[in-house]
Write a protein that binds this ligand. Structure first.
Ligand SMILES: C[S@@+](CC[C@H](N)C(=O)[O-])C[C@H]1O[C@@H](n2cnc3c(N)ncnc32)[C@H](O)[C@@H]1O
Length: 492
């Protein structure tokens, strides 16, 4: 049906639209055929609505319309998708401005997996990948409470009360007073509520990003799902509103320790970090461990009875869903072929803290990792030492530039190169240098099907053949999906 409009849609207009799909950020997508203005010029508008699900008929409150893209929010659910279920979280069912964390909670888990399969097949169709060759998405072992980390922010809720929680969708200055979050274990929320109450009792001001005033910034919960170790980090600004900032931070973290004890989930570490930002100087983070060792540990189980132990520092990256990471790494190991035939040299490109490289360690004589962030490389080398792995080397640098240098010659003809690039995918230069070292097998681990589709087109052009594809769900309730692709190289 084509809609006649006097002018292009504007903020505050109401439009009716059917949602046809969801993008890789979890935003519902629809389209509207319109004829605009006195000339009735025909146009197709793309409509993006957060919370919209395929099959919904919605009345959309338009926020903006630019270059043929209408972005809006749900004003009314006129006809709900037959797949809709009641979300579990009160912050989706009871808030005027719902939590922005879980775009797909109104779908059952099986339907979420089917939707993610559709996202992957659609994105890879541009690389001529037959949808029938893509198996179903492997589920996360836990669809709920799978996250080992949650960063709650201090701020004010819509009514101006001190709040410690997550942001409502589209309202970057507001914070929810968190009553639940089903992506982490319950004690995470119990602890955050206790700290929120203690901060409110002391009338402490939350940090205001708008003008840099206030003191309380974030409370981060981190947990080893296999070790039961738990760490809480309180981050404040450096300029304290109290004469005794250490005593005040101790009081807040004591509230966290007491609440965790009462919930039967004692904290093993509590850390206070001051964020020091002075104009003209580099921002620094000054941490003080106020309880326990100031780190937590996690264990990942690997095929063949192997296991790796990781020491995680308060701000170090670690895979947010460790049980899901075990599934992903099992698939990566299978894709490398290392489980059948150990290799002499393997590469872990875009290695982060080295988890993939270290997973390959029992099956290869030498592992070389490359990663841009020096902190992550330090973590990777520390993780290698902690696991008595002496045949892994992690190097700080840009993948393309590093392979263009002496390392490229050294690792030429490596048995396997695993690539786990950021969401933007492979830089053309990096791809060129990866191709130049002539790996005998490529394994591409992608967190963005769109970027993967683009890169597979390029890889095909260079002669790499996608031999196997396996999507894996690491982030239930969201639209994110990982994909592992095995590529065989061009014949020499
Ligand atoms: C998806 S993460 C990989 C995570 C890693 N496999 C792990 O388990 O820790 C992508 C990584 O690529 C790194 N990165 C981004 N651009 C890069 C570049 N040009 N060269 C090297 N590493 C880069 C990022 O810092 C990030 O750690």
């Amino acid at each position: 049906m084509t809609l006649d409009l006097e002018r292009n849609p504007r903020r505050g207009d109401l439009l009716e639209v059917e949602i046809e799909g969801v993008d890789t950020d979890g935003c519902g997508l629809g389209s509207l055929d319109v004829r605009v203005g006195p000339q009735r010029a025909p146009r197709r508008l793309r409509v993006e609505v957060r919370g919209g699900l395929p099959g919904d008929r919605l009345r959309v409150d338009v926020g903006s319309c630019k270059q043929g893209v209408v972005v809006g929010r749900i004003d009314a659910l006129l006809t709900p998708s037959p797949q809709r279920i009641t979300p579990r979280c009160v912050h989706l069912t009871e808030e005027v401005h719902p939590c922005g964390g879980c775009a797909l909670q109104a779908l059952g888990y099986e339907d979420q997996l089917a939707l993610k399969h559709g996202l992957v097949t659609r994105a890879l169709s541009r690389a001529q990948i037959d949808p029938a060759s893509i198996p179903p998405v492997l589920p996360s072992p836990r669809p709920w409470a799978y996250r080992n980390k949650m960063e709650f922010s201090f701020g004010r809720d819509g009514a101006g009360r001190l709040a410690l929680g997550l942001h409502p969708v589209g309202r970057r200055w507001d914070i929810l007073r968190q009553r639940a979050c089903h992506l982490v274990s319950d004690p995470a929320v119990i602890v955050s509520q206790a700290v929120q109450d203690a901060a409110e009792a002391l009338a402490l001001p939350p940090f205001r990003p708008q003008d840099g005033s206030g003191w309380l910034r974030t409370l981060t919960w981190r947990e080893g799902l296999r070790t039961g170790e738990r760490l809480v980090e309180l981050t404040t600004s450096h300029e304290a509103p109290t004469p005794d900032p250490l005593g005040t931070a101790q009081a807040l973290l004591q509230a966290a320790l007491d609440a965790a004890d009462a919930a039967g989930a004692p904290l093993t570490s509590a850390v206070w970090t001051q964020h020091r930002a002075v104009r003209g100087e580099r921002t620094t983070l000054i941490s003080q461990v106020l309880h326990g060792p100031g780190v937590y540990h996690e264990v990942l189980h690997l095929p063949g009875g192997h296991a790796l132990r990781f020491e995680v520092h308060p701000r170090a990256f670690f895979q947010p869903n460790p049980l899901g990471a075990e599934v992903l790494y099992r698939e990566v190991l299978q894709a490398t072929g290392l489980l059948e035939a150990p290799a002499s040299r393997v590469l872990d490109l875009y290695c982060g803290t080295g988890t993939i490289g270290l997973c390959m360690a029992p099956f290869a004589a030498e592992i070389v990792g490359v990663e841009l962030q020096p902190d992550a490389v330090e973590g990777a080398n520390r993780n290698a030492r902690a696991n008595a792995i002496t045949h892994a080397e992690f190097i700080a640098g840009d993948v393309g530039a590093t392979l263009e240098g002496p390392l490229g010659a050294r690792v030429r003809g490596a048995d396997v190169a695993v690539l786990d690039p950021p969401r933007s995918g492979l830089h053309p230069k990096a791809l060129q240098h990866i191709h130049a070292i002539q790996p005998r097998r490529l394994v591409y681990v992608s967190c963005n099907p769109e970027a993967l589709g683009r890169d597979l087109v390029e890889l095909r052009r260079l002669g790499y053949h996608p031999a196997a594809i396996q999507p894996v769900d690491m982030f239930p309730q969201t639209a994110h999906v990982e994909t592992v692709v095995t590529l065989t190289p061009p014949a020499p």
